[in-house]
Design a protein around this ligand. Structure first.
Ligand code: PMP
Length: 408
């Protein structure tokens, strides 16, 4: 493991009796809290109070922590001076917020998580179907952006199904050449890669605290101020205004403009602690940990007869620590239930909120194993061993029938 995360000592019950330590392969859904995050919450909890409007000591500490959290996110993403950090509830909230500000049509791929697919209908969503190579997919994006003006290209940083990463800097250049801006849904990318908004040319970026080793309830939208300042506030209410009369309202600029209501101070502070902790890990060390374990996971799974790894592209050069796979003759849900019940291993199964992608891949569902900072090589070997054991028992084996308790 590269860092201490909560729950690593968790013991979980096994269907055959007894308990075992929990092996978490569901970091892509939500990542357990880093020790630094837990410490920050414990430190702030006694002081948390209303921000911005309170003059008391606790309010001032809370306000300071909340505003300092924007600075931590800015440094984590190396944001440019004209890019602001808006705190939201999660990536979904961030993308809906930006969709309410986008001044024209949005181009998206059909591989996206629903959060980066469904919101973009305000001025028209134009869907590009991904090809089976990255190169051809990029060509199709260029074709769509050139065909008529679009305001935004909204792409995933890393697929939440397969972990595959698109050439984001190239796409940023292409979008700009075509007069569009680029939004990166970094829900899956941010926990795995150091991102520089300044160097990459990314205009807008969103991620969730709960996938970045912090608790639920806080996310961010970071991006160029002008669209955010020109749009109607995402939510109307206290804190989003400069002044209000009975007939007139003068809205505040971003980020306050889009942060009406009492904010999630603890969530923002926790998310900031995670950003700081990730910044403190050397980028090469982070990449080496991930590549070593992800390669071990993929090659171990691929070596099992009947296990098929799922890919979008045949030529993708980069991939974060996520592996999607199917096991011939087994329902993904049964495999996931077996791994949990007999081995204490947590994976995800289903269609991963990416129905168009699963349909394009010809799949009704799959399994997804995702790794993070708390994953060890022993965890990876445990998962591979458990899948191999299931395959040895054979497809006639039906978990649901043998044990109603764990019937998925
Ligand atoms: N985008 C991607 C790529 C995701 O993986 C997820 C979460 N599965 C989301 C968006 C949505 O994140 P949240 O549920 O935190 O809003």
């Amino acid at each position: 493991a590269l860092a201490e995360v909560s729950g690593s000592e968790l013991r979980v019950p096994l269907v055959q009796g007894g308990t075992t330590t929990y092996a978490n392969f569901d970091y892509a859904a939500s990542a357990p809290a880093l020790a630094q995050v837990t410490a920050r919450i414990e430190q702030l909890l006694p002081f948390y109070a209303s921000v911005h409007r309170g003059a008391g000591y606790a309010s001032r500490i809370s306000t300071e922590c909340y505003e300092a959290a924007r600075g931590s996110v800015t440094r984590f993403l190396d944001a440019a001076d004209d890019q602001v950090v808006v705190f939201t509830r999660n990536t979904t909230d961030s993308l809906n917020l930006l969709a309410s500000c986008v001044p024209g049509e949005t181009v998206v791929l059909d591989i996206e998580h629903h959060a980066n697919f469904l919101p973009w209908t305000r001025h028209g969503r134009r869907v590009v179907r991904a090809a089976d190579t990255v190169e051809e997919t990029v060509r199709r994006i260029v074709g769509e952006l050139c065909s008529r003006p679009a305001a935004l290209l909204a792409v995933t940083g890393a697929s939440n199904v397969t972990g595959e990463v698109l050439p984001l800097e190239r796409l940023a250049t292409i979008a700009h050449q075509c007069g569009a801006r680029i939004l990166v849904d970094a829900a899956q990318l941010a926990p795995h890669r150091r991102i520089s908004l300044r160097e990459s040319g990314i205009d807008y970026l969103a991620f969730s605290g709960h996938k970045l080793y912090a608790p639920f309830g806080a996310g961010v939208l970071v991006g160029c101020r002008d669209w955010l300042d020109a749009a109607e506030p995402y939510l109307a209410g206290g804190g989003a205004v400069r002044s209000v009369g009975v007939e007139t309202t003068e809205w505040a600029p971003a980020p306050q403009r889009h942060e009406a209501g009492s904010p999630n101070v603890l969530g923002a502070a926790a998310l900031a602690a995670a950003c700081e902790a990730l910044c403190a890990i050397d980028a090469d060390t982070l990449a080496a940990h991930e590549h070593r374990l992800a390669d071990r996971l993929r090659s171990g799974l691929a070596a099992i007869a009947g296990v098929r790894l799922v890919h979008i592209w045949s030529d993708s050069a980069d991939c974060v620590g996520i592996a999607a796979f199917t096991v011939d003759g087994f329902e993904p849900g049964h495999v996931a239930a077996y791994l949990s019940a007999e081995h204490g291993i947590g994976v995800r199964d289903g269609r991963f909120c990416a129905h168009p992608l699963l349909a394009a891949l010809g799949l009704d569902g799959a399994l997804r194993a995702s790794i993070g900072l708390g994953t060890t090589a022993a965890d990876v070997d445990r998962l591979i061993g458990a899948v191999a054991e299931l395959v040895r028992r054979g497809p006639s084996w039906n978990y649901a029938a043998t044990n109603g308790l764990w019937n998925p």
